[in-house]
Design a protein around this ligand. Structure first.
Ligand code: ADP
Length: 181
């Protein structure tokens, strides 16, 4: 696996690979508002964690219609069959051109995931590149928002000891590599 420790903060690590294989205390899922699972990283996490994750998601309260996690918010379940204790499900925005508060919603998704981790006393967490797959958020902008939000959080926090940006595609990996080295 390719890895890099960020120059800005040694608690941040970049790596390329499958987030379901990481030995951390929490992994973040780029979920959809209904929390019913789906494609991409969401599908990979539900496959690896098994039916228990879906069952836990379906026990969470409904906010409106069938929405269990509004865009920008985060909820937590166990890792089901995975060895990771927690999955933090957050919903990134669907890119609609940039004028529908997508940047702030993406920032909220990262920030609220970090807050959930902190609430549980988690020391290590891994993020996928939220919204940059099916939701089509521009990858450069998304990476900038992700790094800035995590750096700002870590400045105020001493619980988290490791934050991993887990890139799956080479393009995202290269973008993060430039930002963090
Ligand atoms: P979204 O709907 O938020 O765009 P996607 O799952 O479609 O979510 O894509 C988000 C990111 O997750 C993409 O950069 C994609 O390459 C990445 N991804 C897909 N599968 C995995 C995996 N197993 N581990 C980590 N990242 C993954």
């Amino acid at each position: 696996m390719n890895t890099l420790i960020a120059k800005q903060d040694q608690r941040i690590t970049l790596l390329k690979g499958d987030i379901t294989k990481l030995k951390v205390e929490a992994i973040v899922n780029a979920a959809k508002e209904q929390l019913t699972g789906g494609s991409g990283v969401d599908g990979a996490i539900h496959r690896a964690g098994g039916f228990q994750i879906l069952q836990e998601c379906m026990q969470l309260p409904i906010h409106y219609r069938d929405v269990r996690c509004p865009t920008g918010e985060a909820v937590i379940t166990t890792g089901g069959n995975m060895s990771v204790p927690y999955v933090i499900h957050t919903v990134g925005p669907v890119w609609q051109g940039g004028a529908s508060e997508e940047p702030i919603l993406l920032k909220n998704a990262y920030r609220n995931s970090l807050e959930k981790a902190k609430e549980k006393g988690v020391h290590s967490i891994a993020f996928p590149n939220i919204s940059t797959g099916v939701y089509a958020f521009p990858k450069h902008l998304a990476a900038n928002i992700a790094v800035e939000t995590v750096l700002a959080f870590l400045k105020e926090d001493d619980t988290l000891q490791q934050v991993i940006f887990c890139c799956f595609d080479e393009e995202n990996y290269q973008i993060y590599h430039r930002l963090l080295s």
